[in-house]
Design a protein around this ligand. Structure first.
Ligand SMILES: Cc1cc2nc3c(=O)[nH]c(=O)nc-3n(C[C@H](O)[C@H](O)[C@H](O)COP(=O)(O)OP(=O)(O)OC[C@H]3O[C@@H](n4cnc5c(N)ncnc54)[C@H](O)[C@@H]3O)c2cc1C
Length: 299
């Protein structure tokens, strides 16, 4: 299928991209890897008047260690580059998820910035970044830079806190102190690979002496984060599950009881791939698996 006619401009620097966005605002769309936007345009579900191609802005690509110890991931970093990065792959939930996202071609072209700016309610990366408590850096020509906690970034299906003239430039991952384990478990829709239900879990012992390895196992797990994708109209943190498990040893029975609340307050989606009851049952299973794996990795 052929998209509707559009104008096209390629920005070679970040400033140029921001100027183009400031000039054309809501009539323009950023294109990065094009893996989500182009299919929508071909189906004419998106009909931007103008595309601003940021794909060759080198400064937006790559992973770096920030002076404060956090990991900074440029918005244009592809899944394939993330898979090649040892510091990203050290995060067990990333190592779980990245090899399974999409296929080789999409992983070569698709970017982390595009994945979260698109805000597909069944995408994997939003759940991973919610569990990691990432921060999103956005920039506009007129207002400069601001940071958005990932917890307030997603506003609904395909909707984010980014303004029409803002470009997402970087994603920052905190470098937590203490000992941590993490995991991502998902049931995928066989044809597309998108999540029917996906759960990212991060658990940690952060109290005094945590991580010194001496008597870590006796210490309770005081940081529990559970993020869900594919289930509601946007990814979310399962706060009631987290509260129920915080301060426990995350025994199988505690986890089993807590995950029964994972869809509390959420309008569970039903579609031809999974009705509401099946999706609800599956997200509980994925949560149990993700939490148990994260706990076991914590040691
Ligand atoms: C066959 C196929 C299978 C897939 N399977 C999976 C899967 O299993 N799991 C999964 O999670 N995803 C999957 N995806 C989706 C894929 O992850 C995304 O398409 C891709 O990551 C989007 O990145 P992109 O660079 O291609 O974004 P684009 O398509 O270029 O852009 C997507 C949207 O984000 C905006 N945008 C992009 N970059 C920026 C930026 N820096 N600042 C502001 N706005 C920006 C664009 O304007 C557009 O609205 C699949 C896609 C395909 C085609």
């Amino acid at each position: 299928m052929i998209p509707a006619a559009f104008d096209y401009e390629r920005a070679s620097t970040l400033d140029e991209a921001l100027e183009l966005l400031a000039t054309h605002g809501a009539d323009a769309k950023i294109i990065a890897g094009g893996q989500s936007l182009l299919p929508l345009m071909k189906l004419r579900l998106a009909r931007p008047d103008r595309l601003i191609d940021i794909g060759r802005i080198a400064s937006l690509r790559g992973v770096r260690r920030l002076p404060d110890g956090r990991l900074g991931i440029g918005a244009l970093t592809s899944y394939a580059q993330l898979l090649d990065d040892p510091e990203v792959m050290d995060l067990a939930l990333m190592a779980d998820a990245l090899p399974r996202i999409a296929d080789l071609q999409v992983r070569n072209r698709g970017t982390i910035g595009g994945a979260i700016a698109h805000a597909d309610p069944a995408a994997d990366m939003p759940a991973l970044l919610l569990a990691l408590e990432a921060e999103v850096v956005a920039r506009s020509a007129t207002r400069g830079e601001r940071t958005i906690p990932i917890a307030t970034f997603f506003e609904g299906a395909f909707s984010t806190a980014l303004a029409p003239d803002e470009l997402l430039t970087e994603i920052r991952l905190p470098s937590p102190s203490g000992s941590y384990g993490s995991a991502y478990r998902m049931l995928e829709q066989q044809a597309s690979g998108f999540a029917i239900a996906g759960v990212a879990a991060v658990v940690g012992r952060t109290g005094a002496g945590a991580g010194n390895g001496v008597d870590d196992r006796a210490r309770s797990i005081d940081d529990v984060r559970v993020a869900v994708t594919g289930v509601g109209d946007m990814p979310y943190r399962a706060i009631t599950v987290e509260e129920a498990l915080r301060g426990t040893g995350l025994t199988d029975s505690a986890v089993g009881a807590a995950v029964a609340d994972i869809t509390r307050g959420i309008s569970v989606q039903g579609d031809i791939h999974a009705d509401q009851a099946y999706r609800t049952a599956m997200v509980e299973v994925m949560a149990r698996r993700a939490l148990s794996a994260a706990r076991d990795r914590l040691g």
